[in-house]
Unconditional design. Structure first.
Lengths: 629, 205, 357
């Protein structure tokens, strides 16, 4: 039969109605992905604006622009917003949109779970910010040490908002992680063995596995703290046999893996971008893949480096110092893989490439800071000083924001179907890159000059004033750079040139379908027999993969091809559930529980639980198609 | 039902593949395994907290080692309840729906017994969750597990209803496999909880 | 110094480096510059101006790490920039490349591993060295963190007569050139003890006593500040370490051990009465009088202190008056309430506290 008719029929099958119902019911991973991206970016702007206000307060000594209360809420909300509601969701956004495209599938293994994960993420953010608006913003720092966070020293709802909002987010993140893993192992295109997966998958996969093991540690800590606040239990206060350090262990056992969770996917995006713009396949594919995985594993063995000043036995700490040195090596692998690829290629200085290269440089700075703080005695001087603030911004902005912008300049044409302005893009990059270094490099010096972090103001005459001015100015320059990106994006929507399926002449599957891709992603199921399906002939390996001709699996129902976990041999036909509002309703019900718990409205919490049960049942309740054997 | 794969461009129909395939090939089964893994680490961290405070405190548990009897009975009940669960799975694999319903009911009965006895044991404790860190941990850990059993009961209820609605047969019963897996997990976790809360205090003092 | 070296090297290269690289170099130079400027700045409680053997050790370690950092930055920077020589304009401008070897990766890893191993060993050595002083300390000081001030207790040599201990606040006097043992703990939340010029940080954690030591090799005053976020006034939880020659120190301690000096003038005498009848006594101790409160700093010798409000203000009559008038205005959120004493009483109390040297 002619493909045209197939496509129209697939369209009829996969398109979600453009109605209100469609909006809440759509399980299309592409719309979920877009929502993730937009929401997370808004959180970036929010956290950024909070930072701008902080920098206004710190621009001169003994400043009275902000009250201590206001400042403490700001830096806490800034940290939480950025780390939890921006850094990780923005990566999920990209992965949500492209995962099935990378592996040549039509959707996720659990499309409904996928949209549930989005709605829950959104709700958790709303919970957090309603707290802020109601005047109950968390204000004990993003890692919220006890006993300061214990009921005795933090009465009021602030801590309850902290615990519950984060707990809700962990739900979203956990199911998301499960979805990524199952999809990557079960739905890859035929022939796409583990060794042929696009490198982008390794980061998200590793991050997802880390999530599975790390998030529970946070959940336990949050549950403990919440129980203290809501029911007067004791876990952390010495007077009742608790220990303050229990919180620190639980939190950092989670939080160090977490900091890798929020960069590994970004690193692997870079591993897609650099080969494309070096006009060659990546060198050291296996090195890179294993390196990423290794980072994920080693990341669980270094948490105590956040506790070097708590008076633990030196022997014990040395072990974690060794860990902190060891965890450098996999990162080094990635760096050298990119460099070698660059050296053996013909670089194209597109904006995406600029951001990628800028990222490598910032990564190195942030990384060597990490080595500095990883040395116990050196850390005794710089811990909890602005040196650490410098480190976290070089790594977080360098290894998250910059790769994300690279990814945007690289993949937005696929999403929107239109190119962004390269000219404006270059300005965008240089302003952000220079602003970034003006803002955050001097922070190292502030730290070495003895300026502690989390101070709402500082005294004059300590040698900190001039540097703080520089930092604030840099921060505003950087922010302006971000603004340029926003402008560039909207410009591209309005009259960016049409992108076409493969504007960068890249090699991976997402470029084999139209931009934006149709709801069913691929009309025919591609068959992959190399790492660069779209480059095979020109790499002189001869045509191996069938990307444009191949099996069209049933166009009578929503299905995709299921393959074996390792070799990617066709195994089964996977049928997808229809669109549904139950996931949305479920996360609404969960949110009701949350508010019930925070405010102690047990009726609300209970009915929330009840509805959750009903909705989940409805969600999972589908009669199988008649089966004759 | 099997779907024929249409090949455009003349190439003959390649393979025919089963829809969704064997329960252990389905995404659902993999999803459940991962859920169990993350739940397991949740309990691992709970027990880590217990041992941490155990090591940090000179007097632990403050009220002295807990009385084992009721907990022991409960342990037996929960372990035994895995048997009908297992029988249920094997039944539906053969397509025997009635037997599945039966074994679900038996499993739920045992689960209910566990919940009741656990509640009784709580009521007999000399301390409350508010007494001290030990009390808080004891009730939190057992409480978390209690909640998991309760959720397991709900899951069993759902597959019971779905079984009556005729959703399952020899080829499509992933939900059953999943719920039963979860139930076995809840049982296994209890063994760890039991050893930690009830046995170690007797060993170590 | 390392950053000097960098700046020199940079200037030589400047002419022929491509644009990208200049930004990198500019940054290195900038950093070096800022470091130098502030290393010279006198007031700063800077880790770059160590005043003791341990701090000196950390300082050297720091410079090695900074050196390595800049070296790595420079090398990677060059490795990023050089291949851009044969860049092309658009993706269509050249055929795809292929081949290439992974050897350089292995080489890079090995080099990195060696550097890291060196860093580890060096750090471990410094760690072991810093763990205990080279001579056993003769003086032990118990430092207790409160929100937001420091309780300082000079332990008497033999623990049997603890009543001999001397309690002060927000100021630690130590003899020059001797290691002093610090017993750090906290009364409420976690604080962190940090005197950058003398020693690295150590957290003060409720329910646990962290034992470490400091030492000053030059007489002088060294600024310390709380380094663990402890709530509203974390920013104003400052203290001073005053290092003086042994004899001077002994004299000071002897004086500090004395109860409060008796009022000299009638005004001071009235002040004492006013003080003892005012709410002050609920929170403050003045040894030798009825005042035995424990919520606030000991005021027995408050007159002789450098600062008030835990380093918030210099200890001048004006500031003291302002503080007693309304501490909340100076340090919002402190446990010390606004007491609205009648001006007359204020004056008397002020005079009395001034006299408590
Ligand atoms: C974005 C995530 C991210 C990443 C990737 C990292 C990466 C690293 N981090 Fe960082 N870290 C944070 C986020 C991150 N960190 C955050 C948010 C905090 C603060 C939390 C808080 O207190 O608020 C923190 C704090 C933090 C501390 C505690 C500081 C303190 O509070 O006292 C330490 C201590 O060891 C540390 C170490 C490291 C190390 C060794 C790495 C390594 O992985 C870096 C490895 C990479 C490189 C080294 C560069 C590339 C390598 C080469 C080019 C090879 C050649 C290099 C050498 C031979 C040196 N980090
Ligand atoms: C991904 C993570 C991330 C990112 C991107 C940032 C971005 C920034 N951070 Fe953040 N920061 C953290 C994570 C992050 N931070 C964390 C985890 C902490 C620790 C918190 C804690 O101690 O608990 C911290 C702490 C922290 C501090 C220390 C506070 C203290 O210890 O007292 C400071 C101080 O300068 C700071 C500044 C900044 C600045 C200036 C930016 C700039 O890059 C922001 C740039 C601006 C934007 C990105 C927004 C641009 C806005 C516009 C363009 C206007 C348009 C607006 C609308 C249309 C509405 N941050
Ligand atoms: Cu005390 Cu900060
Ligand atoms: Cu870390």
């Amino acid at each position: 039969m002619a493909t045209a008719t197939i496509e129209t029929r697939l369209m009829r099958l996969w398109e979600t109605p453009h109605s209100l119902y469609g909006f809440f019911a759509s399980t299309d991973h592409k719309s979920v992905g877009k929502r993730y991206l937009v929401t997370a970016f808004v959180f970036l702007l929010a956290g950024g604006v909070e930072a701008m206000v902080m920098r206004a307060q710190l621009i001169k000594p003994a400043n009275h622009f902000l009250s201590p209360e206001a400042y403490n809420q700001l830096f806490t909300m800034h940290g939480m917003t950025m780390i939890f509601w921006y850094a990780s969701p923005i990566l999920s956004g990209i992965s949500n949109y492209f995962f099935p495209l990378w592996i040549g599938a039509r959707d996720f293994a659990f499309p409904r779970l996928n949209m549930f994960s989005y709605w829950t993420f959104l709700m958790s953010g709303i919970v957090l910010y309603t707290g802020y608006i109601a005047g109950y913003a968390p204000d004990r720092g993003w890692f919220n040490y006890t006993p300061l966070a214990d009921p005795l020293y933090s009465p009021g709802l602030n801590e309850k908002f902290y615990c519950v909002a984060l707990l809700l987010l962990t739900v979203s993140t956990t199911v998301g992680a499960i979805n990524f893993i199952v999809t990557a192992f079960k739905l890859r295109a035929p022939g796409m063995s583990i060794g042929r997966m696009p490198l982008a998958l390794y980061g998200t996969l590793t991050a997802s596995f880390s999530n599975i093991f790390a998030l529970p540690s946070l959940s336990v800590a949050l549950a403990f703290l919440f129980l203290e606040h809501r029911f007067g239990m004791h876990f952390f206060d010495v007077s009742a046999g608790g220990r303050p350090l229990l919180w620190q262990h639980l939190f950092w056992i989670f939080a160090h893996p977490w900091v890798y969770i929020i960069v590994l996917p970004a690193l692997s995006f870079i591993s897609m971008i650099i080969p494309t713009f070096s006009r060659r396949p990546i060198i050291g594919y296996t090195w890179n893949a294993l390196g990423v995985a290794a980072t994920g594993v080693l990341g669980f063995g270094v948490w105590v480096h956040h506790m070097f000043a708590t008076g633990l036995p030196p022997m014990a700490m040395s072990f974690f110092m060794a860990g902190s040195m060891a965890v450098v090596l996999p990162s080094a692998i990635s760096i050298f893989v990119w460099l070698v690829t660059l050296w053996h290629g013909r670089p194209v200085m597109s904006t995406a490439m600029l951001f990628a290269l800028g990222f490598i440089f910032l990564f190195v700075i942030g990384g060597v800071d990490g080595v500095f703080t990883g040395s116990i005695p050196a850390d005794w001087q710089v811990t909890d000083s602005y040196f650490v603030v410098a480190h976290i911004h070089y790594v977080l902005i360098g290894i998250n924001v910059f790769p994300i912008l690279a990814a945007f300049y690289y993949w937005l044409p696929k999403i929107t179907g239109r190119m962004m302005s390269e000219r404006l893009g270059k300005w965008n990059f240089w302003i952000m890159f220079i602003g970034m270094n003006i803002a955050f490099f001097p922070m190292h010096n502030l730290g070495l000059l003895g300026m502690p972090r989390r101070v709402y103001t500082y005294q004059a005459g300590l040698g900190w004033t001039a540097t703080n001015i520089v930092v604030s100015i840099g921060a505003y320059i950087f922010a302006f750079g971000v603004l340029l990106f926003v402008l560039n994006f909207f410009w591209s929507l309005i009259d960016g040139p049409i992108a076409g399926p493969n504007p960068w002449d890249a090699s991976s599957l997402e470029w084999a379908t139209s931009s934006p891709p149709p709801p069913y992603n691929f009309a025919v199921m591609p068959t992959v027999r190399s790492r660069d399906p779209l480059w095979e002939e020109r790499l002189g390996m001869g045509k191996r993969s069938d990307v444009f001709v191949g099996p069209v699996i049933s166009d009578e129902e929503k299905v995709t091809l299921g393959t074996t976990p390792l070799d990617g041999l066709p195994q089964r036909v996977v049928s997808f559930p229809e669109d549904s509002v139950y996931p949305f309703l479920t996360s609404v019900a969960l949110t009701a529980i949350c508010y019930g718990l925070i405010l102690g409205l047990w009726g609300l919490a209970l009915s929330g639980a009840l509805f959750t049960f009903f909705f989940v049942t409805g969600w999972l309740w589908y009669a199988p198609k008649p089966v004759e054997v | 039902m099997a779907t024929t794969i249409v090949q455009p461009g003349g190439t003959p129909p390649a393979v025919t593949l089963p829809v969704n395939g064997k329960p252990h090939h389905t995404s659902g089964w993999w999803g459940m395994i991962l859920l169990v893994v993350t739940e397991a680490s949740l309990f691992a961290f709970l027990l880590f907290s217990y041992f941490y405070l155990d090591a940090q405190n000179t007097l632990w548990p403050p009220p002295g080692p807990p009385d084992i009897n009721l907990a022991m009975i409960n342990t037996i009940i929960l372990v035994v309840s895995s048997v009908p669960a297992r029988l249920g799975t094997m039944a539906i694999r053969r397509g025997a729906r009635a037997r599945l319903s039966l074994s679900i009911v038996v499993t739920m009965a045992l689960g209910l017994a566990f919940l009741i006895i656990e509640a009784i044991e709580w009521s007999q404790k000399s301390f409350t969750p508010q007494t001290d860190a030990y009390g808080s941990l004891f009730f939190t850990i057992t409480g978390f597990h209690y909640a998991h059993v309760a959720v397991g009961m709900l899951m069993l209820l759902v597959i019971l209803l779905r079984n009556w609605a005729g959703h399952f047969n020899a080829h499509r019963h992933t939900a059953v496999e999943n719920v039963m897996l979860y139930w076995h997990f809840v049982g296994v976790v209890w063994l760890f909880v039991f050893t930690t809360l009830y046995i170690t205090p007797h060993w170590w003092r | 110094m390392t950053s000097n070296a960098h700046r020199a090297r940079d200037r030589v290269r400047w002419a022929r480096v491509p644009r990208w690289m200049r930004t990198i170099v500019r940054r290195a130079a900038f950093a070096g510059g800022v470091l130098l400027v502030f290393a010279a700045c006198s007031q700063a409680p800077s880790t770059l101006r160590p005043a003791s053997k341990p701090a000196q050790q950390l300082f050297v370690l720091q410079w090695w790490l900074i050196g390595i950092a800049f070296a790595v930055m420079l090398i990677i920077g060059v490795l990023i920039v050089v291949p851009l020589r044969h860049r092309i304009r658009t993706v269509a401008d050249a055929p795809l490349e292929d081949g290439g070897s992974t050897k350089p990766i292995a080489v890079g890893i090995v080099i990195s591993a060696l550097i890291l191993a060196a860093v580890f060993v060096y750090s471990a050595v410094v760690l072991a060295d810093d763990a205990r002083p080279d001579s056993p300390p003769h003086l032990a000081v118990k430092v207790t963190g409160h929100r937001w001030w420091w309780e300082v207790e000079y332990m008497s040599p033999d623990s049997s007569n603890a009543h001999q201990n001397v309690v002060g606040a927000n100021e630690i006097h130590i003899p020059v050139g001797e290691p002093v043992q610090i017993l750090g703990t906290a009364a409420d939340v976690i604080h962190s003890f940090w005197v950058p010029q003398l020693q690295g940080k150590i957290d003060l954690i409720p329910g646990q006593t962290n034992v470490f030591w400091i030492r000053a090799d030059k007489p002088g005053r060294y600024r310390g500040q709380c380094a663990e976020y402890c709530g509203l006034q974390h920013a104003h939880m400052i203290f001073w370490v005053v290092a003086q020659p042994r004899a001077e120190f002994d004299a000071w301690l002897a004086h500090a051990r004395q109860p409060a000096t008796a009022p000299q003038s009638p005004l001071e005498a009235e002040g004492k009465q006013a003080f003892l009848t005012a709410p002050c006594v609920l929170c403050h101790t003045v040894r030798g009088t009825g005042a035995g409160g424990k919520l606030g700093p000991d005021l027995t010798h408050v007159g002789s202190r450098l600062t008030i409000g835990a380093g918030t203000l210099a200890n001048t009559p004006g500031n003291l008056a302002g503080w007693i008038e309304n501490a909340q205005a100076i340090k919002p959120g402190v446990a010390m309430p606004r007491l609205d004493l009648p001006p007359a009483t204020m004056q008397k109390i002020l005079a009395y506290l001034e006299s408590l040297n």
